[in-house]
Design a protein around this ligand. Structure first.
Ligand SMILES: C[S@@+](CC[C@H](N)C(=O)[O-])C[C@H]1O[C@@H](n2cnc3c(N)ncnc32)[C@H](O)[C@@H]1O
Length: 251
């Protein structure tokens, strides 16, 4: 019997010992392939369940990553001198105050994405009527399919949860696909001197060298900076922020 399964989190129907995605044909063996597919599906479900629980149970202002004003991100964005109409995507935004600040500054094309619907509900409730000025996407970033390419892809403390080479590669591909040529990618992850975990989950730490290597196929690294985040409970976490510019790609 052939089975239904997910590759890159897409559900596909298998009719035989091969299948195709976007014109590429893949061959499978039944049992072995099935095992890795179910691991993939489980990872996605676990990830979503984890974040739904966090946002359902915790007060946003008490979580370790909370910032009343996301100053580091705002400082980096100021350097880019984006027009107010520039499309900005905040990946793994959660209940961050960044969209509030961007709205106040007059940005008109903000998209907020998170795997947790609960997180976005909280942000929408806080913003009230202003929430209508933002496009909201509940999705695993690795499943992102349909958005207009953006001038700025911002990610503070979401990318670093991806640890397998496949997931990291998949994220890089999504960023390459959805950042305009000449557009920017701003990633804030825990540095090699930062914590090994965030929200109870192991994360991937980055150095200046490893972050550059991770994105260099499609992006030129412009600048990095190590910055200290002071958590609501009073501890310090070292982040590495890295700003990249997208190159023209042939996809
Ligand atoms: C540590 S929080 C950071 C939130 C926000 N960026 C900030 O700086 O306040 C990580 C966020 O990433 C989201 N997240 C984790 N993995 C994700 C994924 N694969 N796709 C989309 N969002 C994800 C979580 O739901 C959570 O809101």
């Amino acid at each position: 019997m052939w089975i239904l399964f997910s590759v890159n989190r897409k559900i596909l129907s298998i009719n035989g010992p091969y299948f195709s995605i976007k014109g590429k044909v893949f061959f499978i063996t039944k049992e072995k392939q099935a095992k890795s597919i179910f691991v993939l599906m489980k990872e996605t479900l676990d990830r979503k369940a984890h974040w739904q629980k966090i946002y359902a149970e915790k007060d946003t202002q008490q979580v370790s990553w909370y910032q009343e004003i996301p100053q580091h991100s705002l400082d980096w964005m100021a350097k880019l001198e984006l027009g107010k109409e520039a499309a900005i995507l905040d990946v793994g935004a959660g209940d961050s105050r960044l969209p509030d600040q961007l709205l106040q500054m007059g940005y008109q094309a903000i998209t907020v994405l998170d795997i947790s619907a609960k997180a976005l509900e909280k942000a929408q409730t806080r913003l009230g009527e202003d929430a209508d000025k933002i496009k909201w996407i509940v999705s695993d970033v690795l499943d992102l399919e349909e958005i207009e390419a953006v001038a700025l892809w911002h990610d503070r403390a979401a990318f670093h949860f991806l640890r397998s080479p496949e997931d990291i590669e998949s994220y890089v591909q999504k960023a390459a696909q959805f950042v305009l040529p000449g557009g920017h990618l701003l990633i804030g992850s825990f540095s090699t001197d930062g914590p090994p975990k965030c929200s109870g989950l192991e994360i991937q730490q980055y150095s200046e060298t490893s972050i550059k290597r991770t994105f260099e196929k499609y992006f030129d690294l412009l600048e990095t900076e190590r910055l200290i985040h002071h958590t609501p409970s009073g501890s310090s976490q070292e982040f590495l922020f890295a700003l990249f510019r997208s190159r023209e790609i042939d996809q």
